[in-house]
Design a protein around this ligand. Structure first.
Ligand SMILES: NC(=O)c1ccc[n+]([C@@H]2O[C@H](COP(=O)([O-])OP(=O)(O)OC[C@H]3O[C@@H](n4cnc5c(N)ncnc54)[C@H](OP(=O)(O)O)[C@@H]3O)[C@@H](O)[C@H]2O)c1
Length: 210
């Protein structure tokens, strides 16, 4: 586990942070780890302060206009489909690419304008980009594509804005809900620390592995 206790921010620095996927397993843990110190604006399709659908570019643009100036944006959202290669349809690929890949790519594209100088955007890929499993090819495609985009987009981000992607391993809470063995999983609270590290650190264009 990397030492993520070090950062370059003053202890009392408070950010205005938009979190997409705030009601999810990882998103809730991110909110918990940031609330109190930072102003946290929570968004998802349902059940959050702000409504957004990452599959709809107009919805992302509307959210960005609605929330105003931000210091940081975090996404722990976007859906994929686990399915054997032979069973994956054109619609399955379109679904994964439209939701988790282009949803987060568009969040970065449209979100840049809302960020202060030296702001930060952190999105989410996942372990299957590096450690494939049978049935995970569309997920691996999505995650690896997002990581490639982040590495390159960070080079062109204006005004000192940083862009990173967290690649979570399986999360214990998710494995438990699926009735799967915990194996190499991590608690959501531990995974959330990678997002805090991206927000409060200095790295850009990086894939963070909790
Ligand atoms: N959990 C794991 O083991 C694990 C491991 C590796 C990677 N990941 C990745 O981490 C991310 C979060 O995973 P999770 O387990 O926390 O998921 P989750 O529990 O299903 O939560 C997903 C969150 O994203 C929101 N969301 C989903 N689709 C959205 C959309 N189109 N537009 C806006 N919000 C949307 C959901 O709220 P609404 O449904 O109300 O929109 C919810 O707040 C996913 O991209 C997942 O692939 C998860």
């Amino acid at each position: 586990m990397p030492d993520w206790t070090k950062n370059n921010l003053p202890q009392d620095f408070s950010m205005r942070i938009l979190i997409i996927g705030a009601t999810g397993t990882i998103g809730k843990a991110i909110v918990t780890s940031l609330q109190g110190k930072h102003e946290v604006l929570q968004a998802s399709r349902q059940g959050s302060h702000f409504s957004v659908d990452l599959t709809d570019p107009a919805s992302i643009q509307a959210l960005i206009e609605q929330v105003g100036v931000l210091n940081a944006i975090v996404s722990a959202a976007g859906e994929t489909r686990l399915k054997p290669l032979a069973g994956l349809t054109d619609q399955d690929f379109e679904f994964c690419i439209g939701s988790k890949l282009m949803g987060q790519v568009n969040l970065i594209r449209y979100g840049l304008q809302a960020l202060t100088d030296n702001g930060c955007i952190t999105v989410t890929s996942g372990v299957l980009s590096q450690k494939p499993i049978p049935g995970g090819s569309a997920v691996s495609l999505t995650n690896a594509g997002l990581e490639g985009f982040v590495r390159a987009a960070a080079l062109e981000a204006p005004r000192g804005i940083r862009i990173n992607v967290v690649s979570p391993p399986w999360v214990n809470e998710t494995l438990l809900s699926l009735g799967m063995p915990l194996g190499n999983g991590l608690p959501a609270a531990t995974v959330a620390q990678a997002y805090v590290h991206s927000l409060e650190g200095t790295m850009t264009g990086e894939v963070l592995y909790p």
